[in-house]
Design a protein around this ligand. Structure first.
Ligand code: PBG
Length: 328
Protein backbone atom coordinates (compact mmCIF):
# COMPACT_ATOMS: atom_id res chain seq x y z
CA UNK A 1 0.00 0.00 0.00
CA UNK A 2 1.21 3.49 -0.89
CA UNK A 3 1.89 5.59 2.14
CA UNK A 4 -0.32 7.19 3.36
CA UNK A 5 -3.57 5.52 2.21
CA UNK A 6 -5.62 7.63 4.56
CA UNK A 7 -5.21 11.34 4.16
CA UNK A 8 -7.48 13.11 6.62
CA UNK A 9 -6.67 16.41 4.96
CA UNK A 10 -8.83 15.36 1.94
CA UNK A 11 -11.93 16.32 3.90
CA UNK A 12 -10.54 19.70 4.97
CA UNK A 13 -9.86 21.01 1.47
CA UNK A 14 -12.66 23.60 1.13
CA UNK A 15 -15.16 25.39 3.36
CA UNK A 16 -17.95 23.33 1.78
CA UNK A 17 -16.13 20.06 2.46
CA UNK A 18 -15.44 21.09 6.05
CA UNK A 19 -19.04 22.10 6.53
CA UNK A 20 -20.23 18.71 5.28
CA UNK A 21 -18.18 16.73 7.79
CA UNK A 22 -18.60 19.08 10.76
CA UNK A 23 -19.53 17.11 13.89
CA UNK A 24 -20.67 19.86 16.24
CA UNK A 25 -22.90 22.82 15.49
CA UNK A 26 -23.75 26.06 17.21
CA UNK A 27 -27.17 27.57 16.82
CA UNK A 28 -28.74 30.65 18.41
CA UNK A 29 -31.67 28.62 19.71
CA UNK A 30 -29.33 26.74 22.03
CA UNK A 31 -27.94 29.89 23.62
CA UNK A 32 -29.30 31.53 26.76
CA UNK A 33 -28.59 35.17 27.60
CA UNK A 34 -28.36 36.26 31.27
CA UNK A 35 -30.00 39.53 32.31
CA UNK A 36 -29.40 41.47 35.53
CA UNK A 37 -32.56 43.31 36.49
CA UNK A 38 -32.50 46.33 38.78
CA UNK A 39 -35.02 48.89 40.01
CA UNK A 40 -35.72 52.15 38.23
CA UNK A 41 -36.53 53.27 34.75
CA UNK A 42 -34.24 53.82 31.81
CA UNK A 43 -31.35 52.32 33.79
CA UNK A 44 -28.54 50.73 31.78
CA UNK A 45 -25.60 50.62 34.16
CA UNK A 46 -22.40 49.10 32.73
CA UNK A 47 -20.59 46.37 34.64
CA UNK A 48 -16.96 47.38 34.44
CA UNK A 49 -15.50 43.88 34.37
CA UNK A 50 -17.99 42.65 31.77
CA UNK A 51 -17.92 44.84 28.67
CA UNK A 52 -21.31 44.94 26.94
CA UNK A 53 -23.19 43.64 30.00
CA UNK A 54 -25.42 45.92 32.07
CA UNK A 55 -27.67 46.18 35.07
CA UNK A 56 -31.00 46.88 33.43
CA UNK A 57 -34.25 48.29 34.71
CA UNK A 58 -37.30 46.33 33.57
CA UNK A 59 -38.08 48.63 30.63
CA UNK A 60 -34.50 48.29 29.37
CA UNK A 61 -34.55 44.53 29.92
CA UNK A 62 -37.58 44.34 27.64
CA UNK A 63 -35.47 45.81 24.85
CA UNK A 64 -32.89 43.07 25.39
CA UNK A 65 -35.56 40.39 25.28
CA UNK A 66 -36.85 41.88 22.06
CA UNK A 67 -33.36 41.82 20.54
CA UNK A 68 -32.70 38.26 21.73
CA UNK A 69 -35.98 37.11 20.21
CA UNK A 70 -35.20 38.75 16.90
CA UNK A 71 -31.78 37.07 16.85
CA UNK A 72 -33.30 33.67 17.56
CA UNK A 73 -31.62 33.33 20.97
CA UNK A 74 -33.20 30.42 22.83
CA UNK A 75 -33.82 31.98 26.19
CA UNK A 76 -33.02 34.56 28.83
CA UNK A 77 -31.91 33.83 32.38
CA UNK A 78 -32.97 36.42 34.93
CA UNK A 79 -31.07 37.62 37.99
CA UNK A 80 -32.37 40.26 40.36
CA UNK A 81 -30.61 43.20 41.93
CA UNK A 82 -32.99 44.44 44.60
CA UNK A 83 -32.73 47.88 46.19
CA UNK A 84 -32.75 46.45 49.68
CA UNK A 85 -31.43 43.23 51.14
CA UNK A 86 -31.97 41.50 54.46
CA UNK A 87 -30.79 38.51 56.48
CA UNK A 88 -33.37 36.15 55.02
CA UNK A 89 -33.36 37.39 51.43
CA UNK A 90 -37.06 38.14 51.49
CA UNK A 91 -36.81 39.93 48.13
CA UNK A 92 -36.24 36.55 46.49
CA UNK A 93 -39.74 35.33 47.31
CA UNK A 94 -41.70 38.58 47.39
CA UNK A 95 -44.72 38.59 45.08
CA UNK A 96 -43.64 42.03 43.88
CA UNK A 97 -39.92 41.16 43.87
CA UNK A 98 -37.79 42.63 41.14
CA UNK A 99 -37.56 39.44 39.06
CA UNK A 100 -41.21 38.54 39.65
CA UNK A 101 -42.17 41.92 38.17
CA UNK A 102 -39.68 41.54 35.32
CA UNK A 103 -41.09 38.13 34.42
CA UNK A 104 -44.63 39.47 34.30
CA UNK A 105 -43.51 42.31 32.03
CA UNK A 106 -41.48 40.02 29.79
CA UNK A 107 -44.20 37.39 29.50
CA UNK A 108 -46.66 40.06 28.41
CA UNK A 109 -44.58 40.81 25.30
CA UNK A 110 -44.84 39.12 21.94
CA UNK A 111 -41.07 38.56 21.90
CA UNK A 112 -41.34 36.29 24.92
CA UNK A 113 -43.33 33.80 22.88
CA UNK A 114 -40.30 32.89 20.81
CA UNK A 115 -37.89 32.33 23.67
CA UNK A 116 -37.80 30.70 27.08
CA UNK A 117 -37.88 32.88 30.20
CA UNK A 118 -35.80 31.25 32.89
CA UNK A 119 -35.57 32.47 36.49
CA UNK A 120 -32.38 31.84 38.43
CA UNK A 121 -33.36 30.79 41.94
CA UNK A 122 -31.01 31.79 44.73
CA UNK A 123 -30.91 33.95 47.82
CA UNK A 124 -27.44 35.46 47.46
CA UNK A 125 -28.52 38.54 45.52
CA UNK A 126 -31.13 39.23 48.20
CA UNK A 127 -29.31 38.52 51.47
CA UNK A 128 -27.45 41.28 53.29
CA UNK A 129 -24.57 38.84 53.98
CA UNK A 130 -24.40 37.65 50.35
CA UNK A 131 -24.64 33.92 51.10
CA UNK A 132 -26.98 31.64 49.17
CA UNK A 133 -28.92 30.64 52.28
CA UNK A 134 -29.76 31.32 55.88
CA UNK A 135 -26.76 32.17 58.04
CA UNK A 136 -26.60 30.99 61.64
CA UNK A 137 -24.04 32.79 63.78
CA UNK A 138 -22.39 31.51 66.89
CA UNK A 139 -19.85 34.04 68.15
CA UNK A 140 -16.99 34.08 65.66
CA UNK A 141 -18.36 31.13 63.77
CA UNK A 142 -21.08 31.05 61.23
CA UNK A 143 -22.70 28.40 59.12
CA UNK A 144 -24.99 28.46 56.13
CA UNK A 145 -27.90 26.28 57.20
CA UNK A 146 -29.20 23.75 54.76
CA UNK A 147 -32.80 22.92 55.56
CA UNK A 148 -34.04 26.37 56.52
CA UNK A 149 -32.40 27.69 53.33
CA UNK A 150 -34.12 25.04 51.24
CA UNK A 151 -37.51 26.12 52.57
CA UNK A 152 -36.91 29.70 51.43
CA UNK A 153 -35.41 28.65 48.11
CA UNK A 154 -38.47 26.50 47.39
CA UNK A 155 -40.66 29.47 48.22
CA UNK A 156 -38.67 31.65 45.82
CA UNK A 157 -38.97 29.05 43.04
CA UNK A 158 -42.74 28.80 43.48
CA UNK A 159 -43.17 32.56 43.47
CA UNK A 160 -41.10 32.90 40.28
CA UNK A 161 -43.11 30.17 38.60
CA UNK A 162 -46.38 31.81 39.64
CA UNK A 163 -45.06 35.10 38.21
CA UNK A 164 -44.78 33.24 34.91
CA UNK A 165 -41.25 31.83 34.60
CA UNK A 166 -41.11 29.06 31.97
CA UNK A 167 -38.30 27.32 33.87
CA UNK A 168 -36.85 27.76 37.37
CA UNK A 169 -33.12 27.24 37.81
CA UNK A 170 -31.86 26.78 41.38
CA UNK A 171 -28.19 27.72 41.73
CA UNK A 172 -27.70 27.51 45.48
CA UNK A 173 -26.26 23.98 45.93
CA UNK A 174 -28.17 23.16 49.12
CA UNK A 175 -28.95 19.46 49.61
CA UNK A 176 -32.49 18.35 48.91
CA UNK A 177 -33.61 21.51 47.18
CA UNK A 178 -34.86 19.90 44.00
CA UNK A 179 -37.37 17.71 45.82
CA UNK A 180 -38.49 20.66 47.93
CA UNK A 181 -38.84 22.90 44.89
CA UNK A 182 -40.82 20.24 43.03
CA UNK A 183 -43.24 19.99 45.95
CA UNK A 184 -43.56 23.76 46.23
CA UNK A 185 -44.18 24.12 42.49
CA UNK A 186 -46.83 21.41 42.52
CA UNK A 187 -48.49 22.95 45.56
CA UNK A 188 -48.61 26.27 43.74
CA UNK A 189 -50.34 24.64 40.78
CA UNK A 190 -47.16 24.72 38.71
CA UNK A 191 -46.90 21.00 37.93
CA UNK A 192 -45.80 21.86 34.41
CA UNK A 193 -42.93 24.18 35.27
CA UNK A 194 -39.62 22.39 34.70
CA UNK A 195 -36.65 22.61 37.05
CA UNK A 196 -33.26 23.22 35.51
CA UNK A 197 -30.88 22.25 38.26
CA UNK A 198 -27.44 23.77 38.53
CA UNK A 199 -26.62 20.20 39.52
CA UNK A 200 -22.90 20.46 39.61
CA UNK A 201 -21.73 23.90 40.55
CA UNK A 202 -18.17 24.39 41.70
CA UNK A 203 -16.87 27.00 44.12
CA UNK A 204 -15.04 29.00 41.46
CA UNK A 205 -12.93 32.11 41.15
CA UNK A 206 -14.53 32.55 37.73
CA UNK A 207 -17.72 33.94 39.31
CA UNK A 208 -15.82 37.07 40.36
CA UNK A 209 -17.24 39.51 37.79
CA UNK A 210 -20.79 38.21 38.34
CA UNK A 211 -20.57 39.17 41.97
CA UNK A 212 -19.82 42.71 40.88
CA UNK A 213 -22.76 42.55 38.47
CA UNK A 214 -25.18 41.13 41.00
CA UNK A 215 -23.72 42.70 44.13
CA UNK A 216 -23.65 39.25 45.72
CA UNK A 217 -20.15 38.93 47.14
CA UNK A 218 -20.29 37.16 50.52
CA UNK A 219 -19.62 39.70 53.26
CA UNK A 220 -17.67 37.07 55.21
CA UNK A 221 -16.33 33.62 54.46
CA UNK A 222 -16.83 31.94 51.12
CA UNK A 223 -19.14 29.46 49.42
CA UNK A 224 -17.00 26.37 49.87
CA UNK A 225 -19.31 24.67 52.35
CA UNK A 226 -22.08 24.46 49.78
CA UNK A 227 -20.55 24.80 46.31
CA UNK A 228 -18.36 21.93 45.18
CA UNK A 229 -14.61 21.47 45.47
CA UNK A 230 -13.08 21.96 42.04
CA UNK A 231 -11.04 18.80 42.40
CA UNK A 232 -13.99 16.42 42.45
CA UNK A 233 -15.46 14.80 39.36
CA UNK A 234 -16.99 11.73 41.01
CA UNK A 235 -18.73 13.89 43.58
CA UNK A 236 -20.17 15.96 40.73
CA UNK A 237 -21.76 12.78 39.37
CA UNK A 238 -23.27 12.07 42.78
CA UNK A 239 -24.71 15.59 42.90
CA UNK A 240 -26.33 15.04 39.53
CA UNK A 241 -27.65 11.60 40.46
CA UNK A 242 -29.27 13.11 43.52
CA UNK A 243 -30.93 15.90 41.56
CA UNK A 244 -32.19 13.48 38.93
CA UNK A 245 -33.66 11.28 41.66
CA UNK A 246 -35.36 14.30 43.20
CA UNK A 247 -37.02 15.24 39.93
CA UNK A 248 -34.76 17.64 38.03
CA UNK A 249 -35.91 18.04 34.42
CA UNK A 250 -32.69 19.39 33.04
CA UNK A 251 -29.13 19.95 34.21
CA UNK A 252 -26.83 22.93 34.15
CA UNK A 253 -23.10 22.51 34.64
CA UNK A 254 -21.01 25.38 35.90
CA UNK A 255 -18.48 26.85 35.18
CA UNK A 256 -17.87 25.52 31.67
CA UNK A 257 -14.33 25.87 30.39
CA UNK A 258 -12.34 24.81 33.46
CA UNK A 259 -14.71 21.84 33.90
CA UNK A 260 -15.27 20.48 30.39
CA UNK A 261 -14.26 17.00 31.53
CA UNK A 262 -17.10 17.10 34.06
CA UNK A 263 -19.51 18.13 31.30
CA UNK A 264 -18.33 15.23 29.15
CA UNK A 265 -18.63 12.70 31.96
CA UNK A 266 -22.13 13.92 32.78
CA UNK A 267 -23.11 13.67 29.11
CA UNK A 268 -21.89 10.07 29.01
CA UNK A 269 -23.76 9.09 32.14
CA UNK A 270 -27.05 11.00 32.05
CA UNK A 271 -29.72 11.35 29.40
CA UNK A 272 -31.35 14.53 30.69
CA UNK A 273 -31.08 17.68 28.60
CA UNK A 274 -27.95 19.38 29.83
CA UNK A 275 -26.49 22.84 29.48
CA UNK A 276 -23.30 24.49 30.61
CA UNK A 277 -22.83 28.01 31.93
CA UNK A 278 -19.94 29.94 30.42
CA UNK A 279 -19.63 32.10 33.51
CA UNK A 280 -18.71 35.73 33.98
CA UNK A 281 -14.98 35.13 34.45
CA UNK A 282 -14.77 33.12 31.26
CA UNK A 283 -16.38 36.03 29.43
CA UNK A 284 -14.27 38.67 31.14
CA UNK A 285 -10.96 37.01 30.48
CA UNK A 286 -11.74 36.63 26.80
CA UNK A 287 -12.79 40.28 26.64
CA UNK A 288 -9.61 41.35 28.40
CA UNK A 289 -7.62 39.57 25.71
CA UNK A 290 -9.80 41.09 22.95
CA UNK A 291 -9.17 44.57 24.32
CA UNK A 292 -5.43 44.00 24.18
CA UNK A 293 -5.67 42.66 20.66
CA UNK A 294 -4.29 39.33 21.84
CA UNK A 295 -7.15 37.18 20.54
CA UNK A 296 -9.42 37.51 17.53
CA UNK A 297 -12.81 38.21 19.13
CA UNK A 298 -15.16 36.38 16.79
CA UNK A 299 -13.07 33.28 16.32
CA UNK A 300 -12.11 32.95 19.98
CA UNK A 301 -15.71 33.47 21.10
CA UNK A 302 -17.12 30.84 18.74
CA UNK A 303 -14.31 28.40 19.55
CA UNK A 304 -15.00 28.77 23.27
CA UNK A 305 -18.68 27.96 22.65
CA UNK A 306 -17.96 25.12 20.28
CA UNK A 307 -15.71 23.50 22.86
CA UNK A 308 -18.56 23.53 25.37
CA UNK A 309 -20.94 21.98 22.84
CA UNK A 310 -18.35 19.35 21.87
CA UNK A 311 -17.91 18.43 25.53
CA UNK A 312 -21.57 17.45 25.48
CA UNK A 313 -23.67 20.46 26.44
CA UNK A 314 -26.96 20.74 24.53
CA UNK A 315 -27.29 24.42 25.34
CA UNK A 316 -25.07 27.16 26.71
CA UNK A 317 -25.76 30.04 29.06
CA UNK A 318 -23.42 32.76 27.85
CA UNK A 319 -22.95 36.52 27.92
CA UNK A 320 -21.90 36.11 24.27
CA UNK A 321 -25.37 34.84 23.28
CA UNK A 322 -26.33 37.93 21.26
CA UNK A 323 -22.86 38.39 19.73
CA UNK A 324 -22.70 34.74 18.72
CA UNK A 325 -26.26 34.67 17.41
CA UNK A 326 -25.40 37.59 15.10
CA UNK A 327 -22.67 35.49 13.50
CA UNK A 328 -24.55 32.20 13.26
C1 PBG B 1 -25.88 32.66 42.40
C2 PBG B 1 -25.16 32.56 41.12
C3 PBG B 1 -23.81 32.85 40.83
C4 PBG B 1 -23.66 32.69 39.46
C5 PBG B 1 -24.87 32.26 38.95
N1 PBG B 1 -25.78 32.16 39.99
C6 PBG B 1 -22.75 33.38 41.69
C7 PBG B 1 -22.15 32.59 42.74
O1 PBG B 1 -22.48 31.43 42.98
O2 PBG B 1 -21.34 33.19 43.42
C8 PBG B 1 -22.40 32.94 38.67
C9 PBG B 1 -22.61 33.29 37.24
C10 PBG B 1 -21.44 33.89 36.58
O3 PBG B 1 -20.32 33.98 37.13
O4 PBG B 1 -21.61 34.31 35.43
N2 PBG B 1 -25.74 31.64 43.29
Amino acid sequence: MEFPATRLRRLRSTPAMRSLVRETHLQPGALIYPLFICEGEGVRRPISSMPGVFNLSIDEALKEVEECASLGVGGVLLFGIPDSKDELGTGAYATDGIVQRAIKAIKATKAAQSLVTIADVCLCEYTSHGHCGVVARDGEHYSVENDSSVALIAKAAASLAVAGADIVAPSDMMDGRIAAIRLALDDAGKQNTPIMSYASKFASAFYGPFREAAGSTPQFGDRRTYQMDGANLREAMREIEQDVAEGADMLLMKPAMPYLDVVREARNRFDLPMGAYQVSGEYSMLHAAFERGWLEPERAMLESLLGIRRAGADFIVTYFAKDAAKLL
